[in-house]
Design a protein. Structure first.
Length: 204
């Protein structure tokens, strides 16, 4: 018997064993099926792997001599301390980072509302002002988080500059807006101009 024939025999034996297991599983109540869902999925993967992966003649004969090789392979798999959970954790972090990047890009694309809340209220543009204000607040939080994450031993890791770079333009525009508001207030009330909000504050 050739190596290809031996491997085909092993695959057929594993497939038949899985079909028998599937038939038994379908007779179980829904809760029982759910409890065996992981085992069923892994066994399917084992059969699939055997379909596309050849083993040596000796290995094939060894598996053919076993009364239930699929069950034995699965039990061995359960005992292995693999990186399955590491892969899952990696996927979680990757998805979260992708969402953060999408939010960062959306933040960059959101126009900065350059007028004050009072102007927005008078002109029916409060929705735009609120959206811009939320974005500005997010910018502030992003800068604070970047500094907190990169400051250690009285030193600031300059990598935080890259993390916070996406917000610098919004701050610049927000400060410009505040400066204009202060200038307008000063021109209207010159006697009280010294009480105007400092230009260095960029919050709306």
């Amino acid at each position: 018997m050739t190596n290809e024939e031996l491997n085909t025999k092993v695959y057929e034996k594993l497939y038949a064993e899985q079909e028998k297991y599937k038939g038994w599983l379908l007779t179980q109540p829904p809760e029982g099926i759910l409890n065996h869902a992981y085992e069923y999925t892994v066994r399917e993967d084992i059969v699939l792997a055997m379909e596309y992966h050849d083993i040596s003649d000796e290995q094939a004969k060894a598996l053919l001599s076993s009364p239930s090789p699929l069950d034995e392979i699965f039990r061995d798999f359960e005992q292995i301390e693999g990186d399955h959970m590491d892969v899952i954790r990696g996927c979680i972090e990757t998805r979260a980072n992708d969402i953060l990047e999408e939010q960062r890009l959306a933040l960059l694309q959101l126009p900065v509302y350059k007028e004050t809340a009072a102007y927005a209220r008078d002109h029916g543009e409060l929705d735009q002002w609120r959206a811009s204000h939320r974005a500005n607040t997010s910018c502030r939080d992003a800068i604070e988080d970047a500094i907190a994450a990169n400051y250690k031993d009285n030193r600031l890791n300059m990598a935080c500059l890259k993390e916070a770079s996406c917000v610098s333009n919004r701050i610049r525009i927000a400060r410009s807006r505040k400066a204009r508001a202060v200038a307008r207030a000063s021109s209207r009330h010159p006697a009280h101009s010294h009480r105007a909000c400092p230009v260095s504050s960029w919050h709306s």
